[in-house]
Design a protein around this ligand. Sequence first.
Ligand SMILES: [Zn+2]
Length: 409
Amino acid sequence: MSSFSFEVIKEIPGKLGRAGVISTPHGQIATPAFIPVGTKASVKSLAPEALSDLGAQAVLANAYHLYLQPGSETLDQAGGLGKFMNWDKPTFTDSGGFQVMSLGAGFKKVIDMSLGSLDSDVAMAESKERLAHVDDEGVTFKSHLDGSMHRFTPEISMQVQHQIGADIIFAFDELTTLHNTRKYQEQSLERTRLWAIRCLDEHKRLTHQRSDKPYQALFGVLQGAQYEDLRRKAAKDLSEMSSSGISFDGFGIGGALDKASLGQIVSWMSSELPRDKPRHLLGIGEPADLFAGVENGADTFDCVAPSREARTSAVYSENGRFNVSSATYKKDFSPIEKDCNCYTCSNFSRAYLNHLFRAKEMLASTLATIHNLEFTVRLVDRMRQAILDETFIDFKTEFLAKYQAKILD
Ligand SMILES: [Zn+2]
């Protein structure tokens, strides 16, 4: 009855990384794979045909945004996320946990945050700006759209994600920051563990109640910040967890990650997780981080950075990122990247993009987004091929030596 599966087809010798295939009711995903983000059931500035042409195998939308607008019941009536947005390949939704807490609590860039300031639960908890309040039952938050009050619980997150109808959905978790105290991380991890059980129970009930709908796979979300024992415990707890006779179909690696130790954190968790279930690394998209994630056993990735940065005229190339609206490119009639086969590089010059950005033409965002997404999707596809060819480590060393993760000009 479950039409969801994952098969490992090749592993990186001596490492936890692997190439595989995820099968969903809407088709397969060859992994490792980068999944573009369509926050509100749209990858900003792209029609789904363009997304498909650039090589995207799936799309990830945000439950929080779709719950607030247009409302998850609208997507349910439309026949689910894929039908609503005319995307017939696999889809993901996140649980809403990240957004209710990051938008609600007013902290941003959680994934990028670095250690260094004081450990503090207070910075978050006492702020007058704070728009989200966490208790053992769930999270009460204020809409970033109109200030109205809402409440997410594990059960509500499951109901919303069932109505949205993506192939892969995530358990509702509490997001902490690297600034929370160790004691708070422990309490939060226990709360997330108890919420995971409630997600399994509600998911089972909804799957049964809505048995005419395509099967949705539920991934448990692993937290634990920068602590090895907590990360391993989270991975162990959720991989052994079973409730109402079901267990998780896969796992999401989430929460606060100190980027310098990203690979190590992923490896702690991968070594505790079952080999035959897929692992999604939430919110990661920089080349160096993608290599670290793939090498250490993550199978899929999502991140808004490639499309968000494209809209600010930051475009990717194998020699690093550069700002195509800078005066340097005003009369540069070469493509963004000479070896790129994307629609943008096949047909348009840097000079044309430079002009579109300066003239504030909408096409600027579309063309830059196509290139950045194809660059990122193809990079992870090349990692997959390198795993199959047994050249992953060479490919990584070569690529990263050339690539500089900074704006060149
Ligand atoms: Zn291109």
